[in-house]
Design a protein around this ligand. Structure first.
Ligand SMILES: O=C1O[C@H](CS(=O)(=O)O)[C@@H](O)[C@H](O)[C@H]1O
Length: 299
């Protein structure tokens, strides 16, 4: 298994990749760079669209365009580069909080986590955009991440990165209700005194994607690896990476067997960036098991 560097212009913090099956483009964001980006894999051309605030996550819309979670709200962009129409204002103080990891569920609802940036209280939430507006479905976190659903859409996964944990609930898709909570993964915490470059830390669960067998692929932020877990939470494979801070995987290509992975370089030590020059770039690797396709937003 070999990782390829897909992009040459590194992002401060690449996040929220998805593969658009009709356009045959990879979309992703640069959070502090305040950019939406898309790559036409046939030509290699990358387009960038500057945002008025940090985009935490994006999703394609079935009627065309995108849904974009910016610091101050959820917006609808009917066309690339066009107007941003506010769908829902942020239900938090944008001075301390922004939207982070999110995507659409199999029924076309848009979900977005938040990150509480002071990181000194568990104030991050997981919201779902329902007909009446944003509804909190889970909370008690610092960095909402790792949102994904099982292939049968009966399990919802959500991680809290700094607490090294991935939660799971039974999910009733029609009623949009979470029940039967269980801890899905608990990763080893950062050892006291650990510094980048030292051995002994495997990272913390950032963004995630699920394949057709229900395996959960979790980017281990600051752990320089992507971990593949079985539906029961058993570690099946830890893929070593040429970047210290992977952020989120997604499956793409016509066969959904190209695993794309975004990464970050924001705030990393100069020595690390010199040793790992692909930090902040998008990576890709061919895998044997196809992933689940992206879910589209239904207006
Ligand atoms: O997804 C994200 O997670 C990282 C990791 S952590 O919360 O710092 O542990 C965070 O830095 C980043 O800003 C956020 O987008």
């Amino acid at each position: 298994m070999t990782w390829h560097t897909v992009t040459t212009e590194p992002n401060a913090l690449g996040e929220s990749p998805f593969w658009h099956p009709q356009e045959k483009r990879l979309y992703w964001v640069d959070v502090p760079g305040k950019l939406l980006q898309r790559l036409d894999v046939a030509s290699g051309a990358v387009e960038r669209w500057a945002m008025p605030s940090e985009p935490g996550c994006i999703a394609p819309a079935a009627s065309g365009g995108l849904v974009v979670a910016l610091r101050d709200g959820i917006y609808r962009a009917k066309v690339w580069g066009g107007d941003l129409q506010l769908l829902a204002a942020a239900p938090y103080d944008p001075a301390t909080t922004r939207f982070n990891d999110g995507k659409c569920d199999p029924l076309g609802r848009f979900w977005a986590s938040t990150i509480y940036e002071p990181r000194d209280a568990r104030k991050a939430q997981l919201y779902c955009l329902e007909a009446g507006g944003l509804v909190s479905k889970a909370g008690n976190a610092i960095t909402g991440n790792g949102l994904a659903w099982s292939p049968d859409a009966k399990t919802l996964y959500w991680s809290d990165t700094p607490h090294h944990i991935v939660h799971a609930w039974d999910w009733d898709a029609q009623a949009n209700l979470l029940s039967e909570y269980r801890e899905f993964l608990s990763m080893a915490p950062k050892p006291a005194g650990w510094q980048p470059g030292m051995p002994g830390y495997g990272g913390r669960p950032d963004g995630a994607a699920v394949d057709v067998q229900g395996n959960y692929y979790s980017a281990q932020f600051e752990g320089q690896r992507l971990c593949k877990f079985s539906p029961d939470g058993d570690l099946l494979k830890a893929y070593a990476l040429p970047v210290r801070c992977p952020t989120m995987p997604c499956f793409g290509g016509d066969d959904l067997q190209t695993l794309y992975l975004t990464s970050g370089r924001h705030g990393r030590p100069a020595a690390e960036l010199e040793a790992l020059p692909a930090s902040g770039c998008v990576l890709s690797m061919r895998v044997d098991v196809p992933g689940l396709p992206v879910n589209f937003f239904k207006d």
